[in-house]
Design a protein around this ligand. Sequence first.
Ligand code: 0L1
Ligand code: MG
Length: 256
Amino acid sequence: MDKLARYAETLDGAALGAHATPQLTSSDPNLSVADAYQVQKLSVDRRLARGERRIGVKMGLTSRAKMLQVGVNEVAWGRLTDAMLIEEGAAMSRARFVHPRVEPEVAFLMKAPLCGRVTAAQALAAVEAIAPAMEIIDSRYENFKFALSDVIADNTSSSGLVIGPWNDPTKDFSNLGVIVEINGQVIEVGSTAAILGHPLRSLVAAARLVAEGGEGISAGDIVMAGGITAAPTLAPGQTVRTTIQGLGSVMFRVEA
Ligand code: 0L1
Ligand code: MG
């Protein structure tokens, strides 16, 4: 087995077994971003081979709060599969994750393909609907610490998503207030403008980055635009709700 396939097997095993693994760059400090994306692809291919279905892509590290929280300052993308979906209002099991955190996000539902360099207007024309959403991130690395290549290889920490009500994408979603509550207490506040100044910029970047990776965004895909605030840690007993001004609320519960 070559080096990248071995890394993919390690990260896939860590996700499946919900255990932390050392950062790849601790033993391979020169792991390139291009090789890290190849590790990501190989590790998601292992999931697809087990019967999971690709449902879209996620953008990561698209806000200053996120970049500061993890000390990485470049945007990155990852792949979403149906096994990551958590039903809105339902419970997720903490035991399935290493050290999960939650991010308030905006989700796009695509009605047309989007690939390569596109304008914001072209990106918007390909969107069927937008929704308030949350991503469960769970770095497979010890202490939730990583360099850019590590986190890209680890599917940019993606491990779950919850989608709220779909809305008409022609409403102005450039600067909407965002509140994250845990057990009724406000934990984080922000604005959709925290996503690269406008969430649509994240979709434009996704079209370019995914195409550079040799893939595309298809009609029916979900695109997660990226975390808006720092990501609070999840623990059993929590009820987590994100509300985006004018778009509605989305919630889930955390069980042991
Ligand atoms: O916090 C992290 O694990 C960094 C990668 C993904 C963050 C994001 O989805 O914005
Ligand atoms: Mg995210």
